[in-house]
Design a protein. Structure first.
Length: 71
């Protein structure tokens, strides 16, 4: 796994309130990673890799696109 971006946890404030009540404290973050197999090839579920490849090939065209997460 290769970390690509770190975000403050979107529910940090809710978690922080619960920790204050329990006496615990820690920072909560989300780390977005690319996943690779042991030979260094991207896993089939590593869709960010193929998206980045497509974007890099079409950079001159200034592509506009969106992401959708389906359950």
């Amino acid at each position: 796994m290769i970390p690509r971006r770190v975000f403050k946890h979107p529910f940090h404030d809710l978690l922080e309130d619960r920790e204050r009540k329990s006496g615990h404290s820690s920072e909560h973050i989300l780390v977005m990673c690319d996943a690779y197999d042991s030979s260094g090839k991207p896993l089939p579920t590593n869709t960010r890799f193929s998206c980045a490849e497509a974007h890099n090939r079409a950079t001159a065209a200034r592509p506009t696109y969106g992401f959708e997460q389906v359950r």
